[in-house]
Design a protein around this ligand. Structure first.
Ligand code: SAM
Length: 267
């Protein structure tokens, strides 16, 4: 099943490659869950999903707790009368100022489907600032949301930095880490998912933690671009190479093949 959100770097297209390298285990831990393509398309007995983007976790909590009522409520904002540039910027402003968490969650879906190219970007003040996308009739992902709601019922969800999530793993867990990609070149930007970044030192720390967890019986798989920096960082892991077709986010319709790796740290 496709995730109900458009999400930069989502792994829906390569899920079969990921499933092949994921070891078996009683629980899958996803510290960078994003739109949940791996969570949705695997069958572990238990799941622990987490993310640093608080708007995303607020949305998942509303969907888990209020199901169909929340889906119907969110659908109302997908009325064509709200699909104008003017209404989009009004709704974006509302999203950035309201305290009502259910409406904020519904607006997050609206912004995701009406904003430019499914981007998720915030300014330095933590305000969502993706421009209007000019889509004729944005799709409302009813069945995808209903399925996500059902899958969320027995899942632990946390709005945590990945370091905290990793601290809560235990022997026998399988951890799938999908951090923001390292840039492919010195001039490329890091993809942003919130008013926080993920730099070179975060990547180094993640690889070090993966290695030490694997020595304690926690198997860790990490996705990333295949660059010299990453190959060096993941030298203790078993590497699977992939060539993935991807939309380049800053040039909406350009498609490119990009080299990626799946690194398995298993002690
Ligand atoms: C490449 S995306 C994950 C995509 C996901 N696998 C999917 O299929 O949709 C990376 C995610 O990591 C989250 N993130 C960034 N920094 C983080 C951190 N320090 N701790 C936890 N999550 C973080 C971002 O908000 C983003 O959703």
């Amino acid at each position: 099943m496709k995730p109900f959100l458009k999400w930069p770097g989502n792994k829906y297209r390569i899920i079969q490659h990921i499933s092949k390298v994921l070891p078996e285990g009683k629980r899958l831990v996803e510290p960078f869950v994003g739109s949940g393509s791996v969570f949705l398309n695997t069958t572990f007995p238990n799941y622990f999903i987490a993310e640093k983007n608080a708007d995303l976790i607020n949305l998942y909590e509303n969907l888990r707790n209020h199901g169909k009522d929340f889906i119907d409520f969110s659908k109302e904002i997908f009325n064509p009368k709200y699909n104008t540039q003017n209404k989009y910027y009004k709704n974006r402003k509302l999203f950035n100022t309201i305290n009502d968490l259910e409406l904020k969650a519904a607006l997050f879906i609206y912004l995701n489907r009406h904003g430019y190219n499914g981007l998720c970007r915030y300014n330095m003040n933590g305000e969502y600032n993706v421009p209007y996308g000019f889509y004729k009739s944005p799709y409302f992902p009813y069945k995808e949301m209903l399925y996500f709601h059902e899958r969320l019922q027995k899942v632990v969800i946390k709005c945590w930095d990945y370091r905290k999530t990793l601290q809560y793993t235990r022997k026998g867990d399988v951890v799938y880490c999908d951090p923001p990609y390292v840039p492919l070149s010195k001039t490329a930007n890091f993809t942003q998912y919130g008013p926080f970044g993920f730099d070179k030192f975060d990547q180094i720390e993640l690889a070090e933690r993966a290695q030490s967890l694997s020595k304690r019986g926690v198997k860790v798989v990490i996705s990333n671009h295949r660059t010299d920096f990453i190959l060096n960082l993941y030298s203790a892991a078993k590497i699977t190479n992939l060539s993935v077709q991807r939309n380049i986010s800053c040039q909406g319709h350009t498609r490119n093949r990009v080299k990626e790796v799946l690194a398995v740290f298993s002690g």
